[in-house]
Design a protein. Structure first.
Length: 152
């Protein structure tokens, strides 16, 4: 299975870049993972969300299963995410694309393209931290599906 994260903006702080690199290294033991960073737009631009959305949509591959991270999305346990990923693989889906918007969220065109909308919680998290949290949950899902001890 190939995983791609499309993220608006870069990880700016070293501790976040280090955490991201660590989880990417761990996930790579299970399959291919790519991170695509699209440039975030200035928040005061009235069309910022639309421009970011267009950049995201250009990076979506047809045939891939797209999961957007949205506050209004579905809350899943780690086990449920692992199960969802396993079922996608069984059903012949080899590419999963997770999308994390910027500080303004996601444009409706990206949300409409989603095959599934996922939420960590009703709380708002910084998009940079959400990336680390998502990477950790992807790694955890692989470990759960493998029967590993990490999940405990």
């Amino acid at each position: 299975m190939r995983i791609k994260l499309i993220c608006v903006g870069k990880l700016k702080e070293k501790y976040l870049r280090d955490a991201g690199a660590e989880y990417i290294k761990r996930i790579a033991g299970f399959g291919k993972i790519d991170i695509i960073e699209v440039q975030d737009e200035k928040e005061d631009r009235p069309d910022a969300l639309m421009i970011e959305g267009d950049k995201i949509l250009k990076n979506l591959r047809s045939g891939a299963f797209v999961i957007t991270m949205e506050i209004s999305g579905n809350n899943l346990s780690s086990e449920q995410l692992a199960d969802k990923m396993a079922k996608l693989a069984v059903n012949g889906i080899s590419d999963i694309i997770f999308v994390i918007g910027g500080s303004n969220g996601l444009h409706e065109s990206v949300s409409k393209r989603a095959d599934f909308k996922l939420s960590f919680s009703k709380m708002t998290f910084p998009h940079q931290l959400a990336r680390i949290m998502l990477l950790e949950q992807i790694y955890r899902a692989y470990k759960i599906n493998q029967g590993g001890k990490y999940h405990k």
